[in-house]
Design a protein around this ligand. Structure first.
Ligand code: PEP
Length: 285
């Protein structure tokens, strides 16, 4: 669904989430009080081609996860590879699905329900990835239904949000993220927020090689956290993990992860190389 610039601006001006000075929201970040363990995640998208290649890649990535790795690791992989990757990764890496259908049963050819995913031990599901929003025309309402059903089926959901280049250039990153958060999380209770993580993925940075600078990403993450506090209260705002995604690479990960409101990364292209993703998993804190 496309939003007019006016409606986005109206929403932005009707909320107090963005009136806090950057300084005051930085102080209320409370990173020291809320130890948010880093969460490094990969999204394989429509890759690799074969089960054999998936096995080799999963083995390569799993070998990089050691007791010294600074955070938790998850891989979102194509459905046919989920169980195979689970078997390879054991408890080193959590395996998730790249999407699901909110419908639970019946005449939905090609559908994959949350219950099916839960029944094979899937722990996480991505919702709202920008490629699903644009290529598959998933609306905020559909994405919201996915989030609710994933949580209802005892899995966690990573809600992806982010602005297009045009929106970024009009200074609308914060308001767009606020709108996508409010629509995507409609009906998600405060209690259910322990099953939610947010991935901030500026569309202009996904697969383009144009990574947001740590300063740009931190600024938007701070605004996202302010929105979550506004929606759910200080404690949920402080404890919810907000990951950055968009051309993260071994060269950019350390700078991004040094920022107080960036709790992890969602990595596309670089998660298809054991060497690159291994370096990202073992970022230098
Ligand atoms: C993604 O798929 O979510 C992503 C961020 O891709 P890339 O890292 O390739 O930009």
């Amino acid at each position: 669904m496309k939003l007019s610039l006016l409606s986005v601006l109206a929403l932005a001006s009707s909320t107090s989430a963005f009136v806090a000075s950057p300084q005051s929201s930085r102080v209320s970040t409370s990173t020291q009080l809320y130890e948010r363990k880093p969460f490094i995640t990969g999204n394989w998208k429509l890759n690799p081609n074969t089960k054999g290649e998936a096995i080799a890649l999963a083995e390569d990535i799993a070998s990089s996860v050691t007791s010294d790795s600074p955070g938790d690791v998850a891989l979102f992989v194509p459905y046919p590879f989920i169980e195979t990757v689970q078997n390879i990764c054991g408890d080193k890496i959590t395996v998730g699905a790249e999407m699901c259908t909110p419908e639970m049963k019946g005449a939905f050819t090609g559908g994959i329900s949350p219950a099916m995913l839960a029944s094979i031990g899937c722990k996480w599901v991505l919702a709202g990835h920008s490629e699903r929003r644009t290529i598959n025309k998933e609306t905020d309402e559909y994405i919201n239904a996915q989030c609710l059903k994933v949580i209802e089926n005892d899995m966690s959901v990573m809600l992806c949000i982010g602005e297009t280049l045009g929106e970024y250039e009009q200074n609308l990153a914060g308001p767009i993220c606020e709108l996508q958060l409010k629509k995507g999380l409609a009906g998600v209770s405060k209690e259910d927020m322990s099953s939610v993580a947010i991935a901030y993925e500026p569309v202009w940075a996904i697969g383009t090689g144009k990574v947001a600078t740590p300063e740009i990403a931190q600024d938007v993450h701070e605004q996202i956290r302010a929105t979550l506090k506004n929606m759910y209260g200080e404690d949920i705002g402080d404890s919810t993990k907000i990951l950055y995604g968009g051309s993260v690479s071994p060269d950019s990960v350390d700078g991004l992860m040094a920022k107080p409101d960036i709790d992890g990364t969602l990595v596309g292209g670089a998660s298809l190389s054991g060497e690159s993703f291994g370096r990202i998993i073992n970022f230098q804190a």
